[in-house]
Design a protein around this ligand. Structure first.
Ligand code: ADP
Length: 290
């Protein structure tokens, strides 16, 4: 399968917000994680790839397909789960999937039934297929959202902050489902939850203020920070002073104490403890230093 190649994508909204600034990314088959704080531009990028919104400039190429020039060709192979996914509360998941399948052009009744049943099983909703969607929990709605996104066996699946509002068990189930899909599909997953990317993705990018500030393989990206990270427990009222003296990338309460993580080329002092970097540290240092 060809990589998805995004080149120099830019978008400025009418209110002057530069939501994408020369974004270029190469996205191979598998799970690709797009991390960044709220407002970083993740949704704008995903809507642009899904051709739901036009960028001001740039291109998106997939093999021979120029996506921005031929949105209808893309839609045949695209699955999309938007951030806000509304369902019709009064009809069942089975009925809505049938309806959406018809809209996607799957008009042959028995073919459609097979597909809908298989999807309901895949997302673990077969038992409740007759229940009204309005009574579904957040996790069930998300699983339904994934089922509709998978209707036409997409080759490109885009999911925008899919784990927001899921409890840990639902989230885990959702991870498993996505990983399975990612085996033969390009899956782009946007999230502000670092854990999502750590668990799932072989490639990732961190966005901030409309720009890609870090990209690559999560393990390699973490490796780049090893040997430079230190930890110290301080008093809360010392925090401002430490921020002035050191490159503090995070501070949090841990067991009633204030814990800081500091980046330093050399050992910052004997009262600091060297620690192993993880993806949270990478994320925090990228955003703090941007
Ligand atoms: P993310 O998905 O990372 O939270 P978004 O792509 O939603 O980021 O937003 C990027 C920036 O663009 C934010 O500052 C947001 O307020 C702004 N923005 C998003 N959509 C619109 C819009 N339709 N009109 C104006 N500004 C927008």
């Amino acid at each position: 399968m060809h990589d998805l190649i995004i080149s120099d994508l830019s978008k400025t909204y009418k209110n002057g917000v530069k939501s994408l600034q020369n974004v270029s990314l190469q996205i191979p088959k598998g799970m690709f994680g797009l991390l960044g704080p709220n407002g970083a531009g993740k949704s704008t990028l995903m809507r642009s790839i899904a051709t739901l919104q036009e960028p001001d400039s740039g291109s998106i190429q997939w093999g021979n397909l120029n996506i921005l020039a031929h949105p209808n060709e893309l839609k045949k192979v695209l699955g999309y789960l938007p951030q806000q996914f509304g369902v019709y509360p009064t009809i069942s998941s089975e009925m809505l999937l049938h309806h959406l399948a018809v809209l996607k052009g799957i008009i042959h009744r028995s073919e459609r039934k097979d597909m809908v049943d298989a999807l309901l099983n895949k997302v673990n909703l077969y038992e409740v297929r007759k229940q009204k969607l309005g009574g579904f929990s957040g996790g069930m709605k998300q699983r339904f959202g994934i089922a509709q996104a998978l209707l036409n066996n997409p080759k490109l699946l885009i999911v925008d902050e899919p784990t927001a509002g899921l409890d840990p068990i639902e989230r885990n189930r959702f991870y498993n489902l996505l990983s399975e899909v990612g085996e033969d599909t390009i899956v782009i997953l946007s999230t502000h939850i670092v854990e999502d990317v750590k668990q799932l993705c072989t490639r990732m990018a961190i966005m901030n203020k409309g720009e890609v500030i870090i990209r690559g393989n999560p393990i390699q990206i973490i490796e780049n920070l090893q040997g430079m990270l230190y930890e110290k427990t301080i008093y809360k009222n010392e925090l401002d002073q430490y921020k002035k003296e050191y490159q503090v990338i995070s501070d949090r309460f841990y067991l009633g104490k204030q814990m800081i993580h500091v980046i330093s080329e050399t050992h910052p002092g004997s009262d600091f403890t060297p620690i192993k970097a993880n993806l949270e540290d990478v994320y925090m240092s990228a955003i703090v230093n941007d």
